[in-house]
Every structure is written in C-alpha cells, then in structure tokens.
Design a binder for this molecule. Sequence first.
Ligand SMILES: *Cc1c(COP(=O)(O)O)cnc(C)c1O
Length: 428
Amino acid sequence: MIYKRSSALFAAAQKVIPGGVNSPVRAFKAVGGDPIFVTEAKGAYLYDEDGNRLIDYINSWGPMILGHAYPPVVNAVIDKAKKGTSFGMPTEIETQIAELAVSMVPNVDKIRFVNSGTEACMSAVRLARGYTGKDKIIKFSGCYHGHSDSFLIQAGSGAVTFGSPNSPGVTKGTAQDTLLARYNDLDHVERIIMSNKEEVSCIIIEPIAGNMGCIPPVKGFLEGLRSLCDSHDILLIFDEVMTGFRLAKGGAQELTGVNADIVTFGKVIGGGLPVGAFAARSEIMDHLAPLGPVYQAGTLSGNPLAMAAGLTMLVELNNTPEVFKSLADKTEYLHHGIANALDEHNITYTINRIGSMISVHFAENAVVDFDTAAKGNNDTFKKFFHGMLNNGVYIAPSAFETWFITEALTYEDLDETIAAVQKVAKTL
Ligand SMILES: *Cc1c(COP(=O)(O)O)cnc(C)c1O
C-alpha cells in the first residue's frame, strides 16, 4: 500500500503541531514510520488520504463499539447541532443519559459528566480524597488513568514505597502521594497499605487492564482489593473508561461481580464525542460542588452534542444487550484464527482476551502485569504491525495496547484479518 499523501500531510503537521499529532501514541514512534491520515470511516473500515481501505481494530481507541459513523448516533448529533451547540445551562438530555447510565451500572446512584477519561479519573481521585480526608492513592504499574499529574508516576527506587515522576513537569510532591503497586499482586498492595497506615484515600485500578495489552485480573485479586479497602477505610475506584459499556451493560463490575465505590467512564459513553463521567453512591457524590465542598466543574461538560451521541449509544446497547455476547464471539473467533496462523509458523506468542478486548504479545511467558508485558519482543511486534498494515489491517501502533473489536466487523472481515496474519507470520 502507498502512503504518499499521509506522509506529506504528516510533514506539514509537524511544522505546527508538536510531533505532528494531538496525542502521542498516534505518531507511530513505537513502531517506526509515518502515521496515516484518515479522511473518513464507516462501519468497520477506515479510509485514508491515499485511498486505502483499512479494517480498523482501534475504533478511536474504543468508542466506536457499533462501528464508525453509526447512523443513529450521527443523526442524533446533527439534529442537536441544529438547535445550538452549547449553552452553559442545564438541559433535559443530561438527566436522560444520567438516568440511563445509572440504571445500567451496578452500585451507583449519581453520575457527573466531564469531557474526557482523564478528567473523570482526576476528579474521581479528588472526590475520594475529599470524602476520606486522606491524601495518598495507590495505582498499578502499567495501568493508565489519563495524563493528569497524579497518574504520571513510575515505581520509586529501593526502599521507598512512593513513586517518582515519569514526566518532567510532575512535581516530586505530587509523586510522593502516589504509591505504585504491581498488578495482580495482592500481597504487594497489602504491604503498601500497611506501611502507609491511615494515609491511603483510594485504590484506582483498571479492573480489566487494557493499557499494557489486555490483562485480566487473576482469580481473587479484585475481591482481595475490595476487602482490603473495606478493612482500611479506602475507596476502590474502578477506572472503566475502557471497559465500561464494552464488556457488559454494567461493565467490569457486572462481569466480575466486584463492587467499586467510584467508577469512571470515557470512550464508549460518548459514542465518539469527547465525554467522560464518574459515578458513585449518593453519599459519596453529594460531596461534590455545589452540594458539597469538593470542587469540580466544566464549561462544556454535559455538552448537548456529546450527550446526544452518548445517550444514543447507551440506548442502543441497553436495548440490544446480545451485542456483548456477539462481540465476545467475534473476538474468540479472531483469537483462534490468529493463534492457528502463528502456530503454523512456530511464532512464540501469548494472546490475552476477555470479552471484546484482545492483545497479541510476542512473549513466551504469561502476561499478567507490566513487567511480563514488557518482556514481549518489540522487533517482532513492529514487523507484525507494518505487515498487517500493508495487508489492509490497522491495529494499534504499540505492543502495549488492546485491540478493540467492533460489532460492525463481519466474519468475512475477521477471515480477511486472519488471512493477513497468515501472510505476515511467514515474515516474522
Ligand atoms: C483512555 C483511558 C483513559 C483516558 O481517557 P482520555 O479520554 O484519553 O483522557 C483513562 N483510563 C483508561 C483506562 C483509559 O483507557
């Protein structure tokens, strides 16, 4: 395939946008080469500036669970836009989407809408701190909760239990309040809590991790976190920005049966427009301004276009819950197809999968946390990525990402994808 026009557009973009992109992972730094510029997308396909058609396994990093340019969502946005695009005043549709979201998600009474997953997680942590009166948070290495300061933290060195900034601009003071734990390692979490007694406000976790590839929790891990939180007066925050309205109507809480105290959303909840949200029991949510003292706000929060897209998406998912099973079936079919193709060519790999999330790791070991994910062979991944691209299949340009399956994919699309893997496997 030819990417001439994309490369020219990328050159122009780099002159006026840092790195040519508005979010770093789009830049292909992990795999090499120039990013592809999209002109439009429909259903399961992307169409780029050079006239190529690509089968899309990113789907805007998750939101397009029913496919690109899904007609009911597009129509809802057009209708709303004609009536004005923002008011900074309450609108009925905000209550409608709130009622529906709260009815779909277990264990929450109230929800507040923001503009991104980052904002949702940042606000959830502030709320947890305000509610408990404690400052520290526990997060897991390899889990992503957006780009706010408290989350851009890496494991500290030696005997210290607190983290250190992993981006310039994040202060040491902020880093000292974030404690880093190993995913799927309950003992580690317990040790951290014990050495920071009465100081930990919340544990924030991707209940099914998706930002180091797809990593499901081992048996008992989330249940163990729940009981540690209960014993130590700590709030459990499930970051369901990726898993919410994807793995089930009620997200990972429903799938795992473990209740969180605060849940954050993004991606699917906005139907492809910029939306995030966080939700909890009334007792917790009522600490937010204007009812309570914890401040949180947004000029464009609850924006009518965004709410129209989000509400339409949630209505569709709520009315056709069989879509979650169908997505999981397609993902399983893809899993077996990819596994067979890689086996035929004696490639070393590990595939992780749950529901409509799947990741292919070129690693021998089981991938259960950040360290084991990092052991994957990145050179093989790069070849795999570019090979798939040349065969018309677009997967995330980084080995640490989940593939997002969309209901718009047909079994013919999946077969075409598997055929591409068969061709590419020969070259790995
Ligand atoms: C994408 C993501 C975020 C950040 O959401 P943005 O809308 O990009 O700010 C937070 N948490 C998880 C689990 C995510 O996958």
